[in-house]
Design a protein around this ligand. Structure first.
Ligand code: APR
Length: 248
């Protein structure tokens, strides 16, 4: 478990950062009730990743949609930001944090109040028509139907996050790279660093001279190679401790 001097050091590094950024993965939302992708209780341990194959979704949406709905809408609808999301929101509000680059599609950083959120893998709360391209907010649609259709001309709606076989949105990828080159301190929270090209973002930051704080319940691909300060523990608990330390 992380010791007090490490918490104090993290608070000091964050307070003195010139251009602070955060890079988050599924682990930041686990305490909100959103399951991670990998590991025992991971989504890909319980569901076939093939449901997020784009060509399969286009051809057989009636097979994929009920599962997509169950994982990303029915389950997510109960989730609310936890102490880690709220800490990042406090850091942005207080002018320290310049952006959050997230691989998550659960919209919880935005719900916590962060405005500068780079949605590297998209956002489940938007759906886009595969025919006309118009985007719709999930709350304005009835998603518990067999397959969601566009109110305009009935085209198939697809959640506006990356399916397998899709490329990263150009704008998100470019903004993430710019932030990685600008930042002098990046906080990594709850990510394995296994999924490309997202996994390159912290590497780019490190290569550009940034220091790295990593918060995770277990060591990752980054810990040995990139991390300057590893804080072992649950994201919400560790962030809560740093938050308290910064308010002292
Ligand atoms: N607090 C902090 N870290 C945690 C917690 C927690 N409460 N619970 C789990 N973790 C850590 C795990 O140790 C692991 O390192 O979070 C990470 C979760 O790993 P993944 O599920 O692989 O999530 P991520 O790295 O974000 O996956 C990246 O893979 O298929 C995809 O597109 C999907 O964006 C996702 C990408």
């Amino acid at each position: 478990m992380t010791k007090d001097p490490d918490i104090a050091r993290a608070a000091e590094m964050i307070s003195s950062a010139r251009y602070l950024t955060a890079f988050t993965g599924a682990g930041v939302s686990v305490e909100s009730g959103v399951p991670p992708f990998r590991g025992d209780k991971g989504i890909w341990n319980n569901y076939d990743p093939g449901i997020l194959d784009l060509s399969r979704y286009r051809s057989y949406p009636e097979e994929s949609w009920p599962v997509v709905y169950e994982i990303f809408y029915r389950n997510f609808s109960q989730a609310h930001p936890n102490k880690a999301h709220l800490f990042l929101s406090f850091l942005e509000e207080s002018g320290r944090l310049k952006s959050v680059i997230t691989q998550n599609i659960d919209n919880l950083h935005q719900e916590a109040g962060n405005r500068e959120v780079i949605e590297y893998h998209g956002n489940s709360q938007w759906l886009a028509c595969l025919y006309c391209g118009e985007r719709f907010w999930s709350g304005d649609l009835n998603l518990s139907v067999q397959v969601p259709r566009c109110p305009n001309e009935g085209g198939l709606l697809k959640p506006d996050f990356i399916f397998f076989g899709e490329t990263i949105p150009v704008d998100a990828s470019m903004r993430a790279n710019v932030e990685a080159e600008r930042t002098d301190l990046m906080i990594l929270i709850g990510t394995t660093g296994e999924v490309m090209p997202a996994a390159m973002v912290p590497r780019r930051a490190k290569n550009s001279g940034a220091s790295i704080i990593e918060i995770n319940i277990a060591e990752t691909n980054y810990t040995e190679q990139l991390t300057d300060l590893f804080l072992k523990g649950k994201a919400g608990e560790i962030c809560g401790m740093i938050h308290r330390e910064m308010r002292r």
